[in-house]
Design a protein around this ligand. Structure first.
Ligand SMILES: [Zn+2]
Length: 660
């Protein structure tokens, strides 16, 4: 089992800094980790600057010039003496030293080297894995395995850079491919990465069959599905105070956990992101980020960077320890847990993402937010997933459906499944016609932008029966016989152009109906507007209310109902070995108080939360854990009802079933 409390200890150190490791004290190092309850730490063999942090007999020229001791070996020994695991970090495509000594190993664009520029600070030039650099890398890994007792490898920076170097061109020609075609090069780059991972994992496993193996690109998406054999587990690098923001991790983990591997969330202790020396994340934020990992069936990792002189920062580990002690107390209710999910949301990422962190589609961020705020239980899926595990399938805005997927979804519906599709989701890959039984005929792009959605009385819970603007361009459809129109689209007087415009924005409603906006037929509901993209863009509450009303129809008995504000995050997991469900409640509120990042500050408690959980079997006890406080509950009609008196940040509620 993957350890729950991990550290990623960055150590990228320039040659101009002296005394590398001079202040390292093995006792202090390991004791500090133990006190912070750390049980695994990624330690550095080789950094982005290209330097080694152990005494190398094979590559002494690449040791950091001011390395004062056999640092990595001493770190590993100190950790192992306290049963702390030590995967070894090796930078792959960034290595400033190799790039300087061997410019012919660099990825080449069609106009020459892809370069960050000789006078820009940074080691961000990519190395080509089809160049002889790959041989150096393998020899290095062989030396590490032969001389250092690490617990596997953590390979960093593996991105599908389109390369036109003579090695890549030669290999493409050998395979009958046209290197002048950009699409071909991009695909070849993906194949190169996959082959590298396969070969490297096979190479490592021959000597270290039990070692951990992970390859990092800052994101886990559908491109990894076919590569899973090369990985022992999945790590989700996602520092909310860095480029990732607070939407990346929850959307990514809901996909990654469906792939059948243990997952680990990774944040940082920094106020911003990697390399932010002498900064501290607010403890409330670190707690939120680590507890979110537990709530989503993941283990925890916190990123830090060691000072070049090698002394571990006691204040950083006081901060991490306050959170990791709480993680440790909750592990009995997290080990072996699986997510309970009613809804599967298909991601369009498999149709265009390249696996990099910016590959997460906006529509998925919108769907994640919307469903999370409705306190729904959901996974994010690719087309290979097993749909029968879900009561409702959502195809958001832009999911093309080929014949194979159409057959799979139709079979899912025939077995009692339900479907929500929106905008262009459900069209064939050419975008000409719907290939799913949505009850509507495709008539192209809507003539007017925006349109105004007007719910009919039976679909208007929580909304006035009037027009609500939908800003994004939608789809024109005709409803077929036997369908129920739940909402109409009303047209504005005109689209805004230089010839006709009204006031500061769009023209108001003309009162004329321009086709249906929401249509139900059997167990499918279709929205003509890109409601999830809209929600990502500016989150109109009526979008969330309309989706809530649609889900009420298709999912009348959701896994969880809770009377709480949308800032509350609620998930349900299940520990099959203990016959119990766990409700995880989190209330931390990231606020954009400044120009660049969301801040989590003081915890805002919530009181008297009325919760109802679907429970098919008789319930024996409902308790707050790890406090072991019993809660009064009632059970009726397949649900258990109870009230949580106070939520201060994070609370797990255990619902144990009666033994049969
Ligand atoms: Zn190349």
């Amino acid at each position: 089992m993957l350890p729950f409390r991990q550290i990623h200890l960055d150590f990228h150190t320039h040659a101009a800094i002296a005394g590398i490791g001079a202040d390292f004290d093995p006792q202090e190092f390991a004791d500090t980790l133990v006190q912070a309850r750390v049980n695994s730490i990624n330690l550095f063999a080789r950094c982005h600057h290209g330097y080694l942090y152990y005494k190398s007999t094979r590559f002494p020229q690449f040791q950091h010039p001011h390395l004062t001791r056999d640092l990595l070996r001493e770190q590993i020994a100190a950790c192992h003496a306290r049963a702390i695991k030590t995967p070894i970090y090796v930078s792959v495509q960034w290595d400033a030293l190799a790039a300087e000594l061997h410019p012919e190993w660099l990825v080449r664009g069609t106009h020459g080297n892809v370069n960050v520029g000789a006078f820009n600070p940074g080691f961000y030039n990519f190395l080509c894995l089809n160049s002889p650099y790959a041989n150096y890398l393998q020899d290095l890994v062989a030396e590490i395995m032969g001389t250092l007792p690490g617990d596997g490898f953590w390979f960093d920076i593996l991105l599908p850079y389109d390369c036109a170097c003579h090695h890549c061109r030669g290999q493409m020609l050998e395979q009958g491919l046209d290197p002048a075609d950009e699409k071909v090069r991009r695909q070849f780059a993906k194949e190169t990465l996959w082959r590298f991972k396969r070969d490297m994992s096979a190479f490592v496993r021959r000597r270290q069959p039990a070692g951990l193996l992970f390859y990092n690109a800052g994101h886990v998406g559908p491109t990894l599905r076919r590569e899973l054999d090369a990985f022992t587990h999945l790590e989700l690098e996602s520092l909310p105070s860095g480029q990732w923001g607070y939407d990346h991790y929850p959307a990514t983990v809901r996909y990654a956990r469906t792939l059948g591997k243990e997952t680990l969330g990774m944040t940082g202790k920094f106020h911003t992101a990697w390399g932010d020396f002498h900064s501290f994340k607010n403890p409330e934020a670190l707690a939120f980020e680590c507890f979110s990992m537990l709530a989503q069936t993941a283990k925890c990792c916190v990123g830090d960077q060691l000072h070049p002189r090698g002394r571990i920062c006691p204040h950083t580990y006081e901060l991490i320890g306050t959170v990791y002690r709480e993680v440790e107390q909750r592990e009995p209710w997290c080990a072996g847990a699986v997510a309970v999910a009613d809804i599967g949301v298909l991601t369009p990422e498999e149709h265009g993402g390249d696996g990099a962190m910016d590959a997460l589609p906006k529509v998925i961020k919108g769907a994640m937010r919307l469903l999370q705020e409705l306190h729904q239980q959901f996974d994010i899926l690719d087309s290979q997933a097993d749909f029968r595990r879900y009561r409702v399938l959502i195809l958001p805005d832009e999911i093309p459906v080929d014949a194979v997927l159409a057959e799979k979804i139709t079979a899912y519906l025939a077995h009692g499944g339900a479907l929500i599709a929106s905008h262009r989701a459900g069209l064939d890959p050419a975008g000409g016609a719907f290939v799913l039984p949505l009850g509507v005929t495709y008539r192209g792009t809507a003539a007017h932008t925006p349109l105004f959605i007007k719910p009919r009385a039976a679909f208007a819970a929580g909304l006035p029966v009037t027009e609500h603007v939908m800003y994004e361009t939608g789809t024109a459809v005709e409803a077929g016989a036997g369908t129920e129109i739940l909402a109409d689209n009303l047209a504005p007087y005109f689209n805004r152009t230089w010839q006709h415009f009204c006031s500061h924005r769009h023209a108001p409603s003309s009162g004329k109906i321009e086709g249906p906006a929401v249509v139900q037929t059997g167990r499918t509901i279709y929205f003509a507007q890109p409601i999830f993209t809209q929600y990502h863009k500016n989150a109109p509450r009526w979008c969330r209310t309309l989706m809530r009303n649609a889900l009420e129809r298709l999912l009348p008995q959701p896994a969880l109902r809770i009377q709480a504000p949308p800032t509350l995050i609620a998930t349900i997991t299940r520990q099959p070995a203990h016959d119990r469900q766990l409700v995880h409640l989190l209330h931390y509120v990231p606020v954009r108080t400044n120009a660049s990042l969301d801040i989590v500050d003081e915890v805002i408690p919530l009181h008297q939360l009325a919760v109802s959980v679907r429970a098919d079997r008789p319930v024996a006890t409902v308790r707050c854990v790890p406090e072991l406080t019993d809660l009064l509950f009632t059970q009726a009609a397949g649900r258990v009802h109870f009230t949580v008196p106070t939520l201060r940040g994070y609370q797990i509620i255990e619902i144990t079933e009666r033994k049969p």
